[in-house]
Design a protein around this ligand. Structure first.
Ligand code: SF4
Length: 328
């Protein structure tokens, strides 16, 4: 027997779905550092970091961020440059700025306490419907469902319907276990991330296989957009323990205000690149050629001592290049 449309499912089937999913989650949940605590600051930080960033990359940054900013008050009091420097490597820096702005608002307007409902959380900078529901359900046990890409896929496959927009939120709220909303939401996301994966879902080990309408790919699933390809050249210009970096415009749409190597047109006269590496940002795959060459005149920039680089908000690509060149 399958669930069919999640919204119209009988109570007994919903109960079965919840108990199977939660029993599976108790055994199979990955041991992730942010699952050790239901503290709103920690839950919120992990949710913001996990947006558009792989779990492995977040693990590498989460503990360090908490070490530097152990409380929302400490984060609110920090300089933006310090926050961006610790965020460096996670990408999508607008998230870090919003995180900082939200911390200030929590301290200034809420006496350092997080609003305890999804509705209240949504008044804070950078907290949309998904994040508000995730924090409210995990930290405050508010019965509100989350929908992210993983939950969307699970709901569509389980129901056998190409649900969209508000239908997804209604279906998720309909299925939600109101007694354990935080665990239920995390279990749905975990199952989507580890079992009901985009390609080749592992239906044989799925806890809700007997309730699933599709048991595999939903017919006519959209193919992901193809990646664009671009070639880009950077100059690694160094002297006496310093390296020349340039700051991205404060209003750039990506990585505003971060530091990177100066771009050059195809080597700026150097005979061959030092090395070539690959780097992906959103839908673009870059072939990155790094030249030991002077930066083009007029590029501006700043000479930065190599030992100070750890305190500079570098772009992820700049960090990758400097590591590869063994400067970092
Ligand atoms: Fe996803 Fe397969 Fe489980 Fe259905 S049975 S929810 S398709 S893993």
């Amino acid at each position: 027997m399958t669930l069919g449309h999640a919204k119209s499912m009988a109570d007994s089937l919903k109960g079965k779905f919840r108990s199977k999913l939660l029993a599976w989650y108790e055994v199979h949940a990955r041991d992730l550092p942010w699952r050790m605590s239901r503290d709103a600051y920690r839950v919120w930080l992990s949710e913001i970091m996990l947006q558009q960033t792989r779990v492995a990359a977040v693990i590498a940054h989460y503990e360090e961020f908490l070490r530097r900013f152990p409380t929302v008050e400490k984060l609110a009091a920090a300089r933006e440059a310090s926050v961006l420097a610790v965020w460096s490597g996670l990408g999508y820096y607008r998230r870090a700025r919003m995180l900082h702005a939200a911390a200030k608002a929590i301290v200034r307007e809420h006496g350092g306490k997080f609003p305890a409902s999804a509705e209240g959380l949504r008044t804070l900078p950078g907290i949309g419907r998904y994040t508000a529901a995730a924090v409210a359900s995990i930290a405050f046990s508010e019965p509100v469902a989350v929908v992210d890409g993983n939950v969307e896929r699970v709901l569509q496959r389980v129901s056998g319907k190409r649900l969209a927009g508000e239908e997804l939120w209604e279906a998720a709220n309909h299925l939600l276990d109101a007694k354990r909303p935080g665990d239920f939401n995390q279990a749905m996301m975990e199952m989507g991330a580890t079992v009901c994966t985009p390609r080749a879902p592992q239906c044989l080990t799925c806890p809700v296989v007997e309730l699933c309408a599709t048991r595999g790919e939903l017919a006519g699933a959209a193919k992901p957009a193809p990646q664009k390809k671009r070639e880009i050249h950077y100059a690694l210009h160094s002297r006496d323990g310093e390296v020349l970096l340039v700051q991205r415009a404060r209003d750039a749409s990506l990585m505003a205000g971060m530091w990177e190597l100066p771009e050059v047109a195809n080597g700026n006269g150097a005979p061959r690149p030092m090395f070539t590496l690959r780097h992906s940002i959103t839908v673009t795959d870059y072939t990155v050629r790094v030249w030991r060459a002077a930066a083009p005149s007029g590029v501006g920039g700043k000479w930065i001592l190599v030992e100070r680089l750890g305190n500079v908000a570098l772009t992820g690509l700049a960090r990758k290049i400097l590591r590869r060149a063994e400067v970092l």
